[in-house]
Structure formats: C-alpha cells, structure tokens
Design a protein around this ligand. Structure first.
Ligand code: BG6
Length: 484
C-alpha cells in the first residue's frame, strides 16, 4: 500500500549543531527521505549551523557521506541525492559571540515557514534564542525545536522553560520525544479512539494490569560520560516510558488536537502516585559472554548508575484505581524489543469444565521490531476430543497487514520534523508536561541517591536482575518474555 504524501509549506530549517551526531544520523537522512517522497516542496532550504569553519560545499560533502552511511536503501538514488544537497547551505556560527549571525540573517527568509532546530547542549539554548532575536532573524511565527534531555530535574527543566519562554511563546516551542513519532505509538491512539471494541474494556473492571517494556541490546558504549550522569530513569523513563504510559492511560481527548491531547496526558502524570522503593528495581549490566560490563563501558569502576529499571506504578483515578502499571527498560538485554501489553482479567466464571487452564486476553502493541499488534484470544483446539481450549494470537503485523515494506515506515524524526513545519504540536511535549514528569521522578531519584542505593547486577544478554522478576511474582504475575 502506498502512503499518501501531503507536501508541507515551503520552509527554511536552520539546524544548530548541524554537524553533530543527531544531525548526521537522523535529521538529515530523514529529511532526505522526505525530499525523495515529494513532501519537501521546491524552494525549501536546510541551513546547517555549527562552530566548524567550512563552506556550504564542504557541508554538502559531509551530509552526502552521512546519507550514504545512515540513509538506508534510498541513499543509492544518486540523482535524488544531488538535488537534495542543492537545498543545503552552511554557516559557521558562534553561539556565544557575533560570528556568523549576519550571514545567517541574510540567508533566512521571512516569507516562508521558519524553524530552528536546537540540536546543541541545553546550556546554549538561551544564547541561541537571544541572538535569533537580536539579529532580527526569528519572528513571532518562527518555530524552535529542542531535544531531550530537557533538564535533569524539575529545577533545571523549569530554568530551561523560563529561558525559552523569555524569547518564544509556548505555541512556537517543539520539545521532541522521538517515541511520540513512532508509527505504533500513534497507532495506539488510533486503536483506542478509532474503534468501538476496546474503550469499554479499558478500565479497572476489565484490565488486570499493563506492562510497558523497552529493552535494548546496545550498551552505553560511546555515550558513557552522559549516561553515567543520567541512568535509565532520566534517560528513558522520565520521557519515553512516561509518554507511553500517558497514551495508554489517558482519557479520550475531545479532539485530536495538540492541547486536548496534552491536557489529558498531563492529568495522567499528575495522578501518578508516589512509589515505595520496594516497588522499584534498579539494575546494572555485568560483563556478559560478549563484551564488557557497564562500569568498564562508562570508565567508572565505582558507578552506582542504573542501566536497567523496573517499577510498579499506580494511577490514582476512577479508571485505573487498583490496576498496576509495570514499567521496565534496560540496556544490554537479551533482545531489542519494545512492547506495551494490556493484560485483561480472567473470566469471572468458565463454563468449560474440562479445561482447567488459565486463559487470558492480552492486547500486545509492539513498537519495535515488527511493529504491529496482536490480540490473544481463546478458541477451541481444532479436532475431536471435547472442548479443549487454546490461546491464539490474532496477529496484525503492520508490514504484512498493510503490505508495506520497511522503507514505508517513516522514521520518527521524519514525521516529527514535518509536523514542526506544519505547525502541529500534538506529538510534542508541552512545558508543563515535562515539569510534571520531573516532579514525579525527582523524589524517587533523590531517595535512592540519599541512601546510596546500589543497583543489582544482571548479566548482559539477560532479561534483567532477578529482583525484577520478583517484583511481579510477588503480585502473582509474570513479565512477558522479551523476544526480538
Ligand atoms: C534515546 C536514549 O532517547 O532513546 C537512548 O537516550 C536510547 O539511550 C534511545 O538508546 C532508544 O531509542 P530507540 O528509538 O532506538 O528505541
């Protein structure tokens, strides 16, 4: 099935940090794919801005290499690549001084959509915002895009919000959480609010519990310095997992609009109960069969930072009272697998006396790999021999169901950048949402820091520490298997 491409308005996109890792790995290869699909209108420009002295031709060469390395199959389209590179410019800029700003002002047009991507350290946000205004580059219609980490606690997030608010209105600020750009995450909303089947069951009368797992096989190699100061809670839970939790748990918004959706998500975060430390398991990977342990990876032999976390959360509202939400995420786990599983309650009474097994309906929403959904249902085992029941999955792997090949599944960054150009903030985090998320995680982090909590070791390539298994066993439940 061919996806429909709706071109956006002509734009100038300035990428501060345009030579950085994110720009080369994700932003520019993603824009190239949008260009090839016909979504990027003629006349649009992408302007890389960074410290390195280089001219636009040098930048085009750098991006050609990046697209070849990270652009997938599409990068083989040489003619397309040349046409895309012709849309690029570069300005060497001094974020804290005046160098390059006059050149940038001369390049950025005021009669097209203007977006400024701050792919730089948050400590530079204020300088960039100020200079965009003092050099009369930004207007009241400009959009700015900022990346995580958005602060490392409530206080720093508030300070960042205040810095941005001094120069831009909230309606101009696009805080990226790339999980919100993933195809299946949006499908979660389509499934919940586009079908009559699920919503009546989506509450504590029918749902036993919900599991959210984001397991990665990669370690922290290469990002050790950043990661060791963050840990899984700040790096993954405070943003990505909480966003997934919000989408699963929120009330139906009155419309699919930015503020309606974000108002409902905010209510979920604010309704999260504080967690007792017995309901949190922190882990750190030890050397597995292949590779070294976490402490060697981050070059800190005394590190107490967690590379794994599992927790049991409760949402204090009528819909979810009494329903545990189990969250877990970790690095160097046995498989790369992200899934949300809604586990429904057992039947109140079974009429099938011959069958004593426990049968449950489970709706599993797979984010990666093999994006899709399946619903475990109970049917009669075919053949003679009475009413024996078996559980089978009603499988809807998107690639199979929709006949899409891999290339048609748009990368999260592509989708999100196009939403910035369209002026659609629905899939971006609002300032109050980010602050509320930190307000919930801060006391948990402070508490384990205060008692020098030592994370439990787990073997690289495993499903995490034993204690994480016990977190569910104690409740008479089991984690779903992590499989790629
Ligand atoms: C990032 C985290 O935000 O998300 C990384 O900083 C993590 O540590 C990554 O590896 C996971 O993203 P994805 O899309 O590969 O699941």
């Amino acid at each position: 099935m061919v996806s429909r491409v709706i071109p956006v308005d002509t734009f100038d996109l300035v990428i501060f940090g345009g030579t950085g890792d994110l720009a080369r790995r994700k932003i520019l290869p993603g824009l190239f794919r949008r260009f090839l699909s016909g979504q990027m209108p003629e006349g649009s420009r992408i302007i890389g801005a960074a410290r390195s002295e280089m001219d636009s031709d040098g930048y085009r060469e750098m991006i050609a290499d990046a697209v070849a390395e990270f652009g997938g199959e599409e990068s083989k389209d040489k003619k397309g690549l040349q046409a895309f590179l012709a849309c690029l410019d570069y300005v060497a800029i001094d974020a804290k001084g005046e160098g390059g700003w006059a050149e940038l002002a001369a390049l950025v047009r005021h009669d097209v959509v203007q977006a400024f991507y701050f792919s730089v350290a948050p400590s530079l946000f204020g300088d960039l915002a100020e200079r965009l205004h003092s050099n009369k580059i930004a207007t009241s219609d400009s959009r700015i895009v900022v990346e995580k980490p958005f602060g490392r606690d409530l206080e720093s997030a508030r300070a960042l919000n205040a810095t941005l608010a001094a120069h831009f209105d909230e309606s101009q600020i696009y805080r990226i959480d790339h999980y919100l750009g993933k195809e299946t995450v949006q499908n979660l909303m389509a499934v919940r609010f586009g079908n009559v089947l699920f919503e009546p069951l989506w509450n504590n009368h029918y749902v036993d519990h919900i599991q959210i797992t984001v397991a990665e096989t990669v370690g922290v190699g290469g990002r050790g310095a950043y990661y060791d100061k963050s840990g899984a809670m700040r790096d993954m839970v405070q943003n990505h997992l909480m966003q997934l939790l919000c989408l699963i748990a929120m009330e139906p918004p009155s419309q699919f609009g930015a503020d309606s959706v974000r108002d409902e998500k905010l209510k979920v975060i604010r309704a999260l109960q504080p967690i007792d430390h017995h309901h949190i398991v922190r882990g750190q990977y030890d050397a597995g069969r292949d590779g070294q342990g976490y402490r060697a990876d981050v070059e800190n032999p005394r590190s107490f930072t967690e590379s794994f976390i599992a927790m049991r959360c409760h949402i204090a509202n009528w819909r979810w009272a009494g329903v545990p939400f189990y969250l877990r995420t970790g690095k160097r786990m046995k498989a790369r697998s992200s899934e949300i599983a809604v586990v429904f309650k057992d039947l109140g009474h079974s009429i099938f006396e011959e069958d004593e097994a426990r049968h449950r309906n489970i709706l599993s929403i797979r984010l990666q790999p093999n994006e899709g959904m399946d619903l475990q249902v109970t049917i009669k085992e075919p053949g003679p021999g009475g009413m024996r029941l078996i559980d089978v999955p009603l499988d809807m792997t998107f690639a199979e169901a929709l006949g899409a090949d891999d290339h048609e599944v748009t990368d999260a960054y592509e989708r999100l950048i196009m939403d910035v150009i369209r002026g659609n903030q629905t899939l971006f985090m609002r300032g109050d949402e980010v602050e509320a998320a930190w307000a919930w995680t801060d006391p948990l982090i402070n508490a384990w820091e205060a008692r020098n909590d030592v994370p439990k070791l787990y073997d690289a390539g495993s499903a995490g520490p034993e204690d994480a298994m016990m977190l569910l066993h104690r409740d008479g439940r089991r984690w779903r298997e992590i499989k790629g």
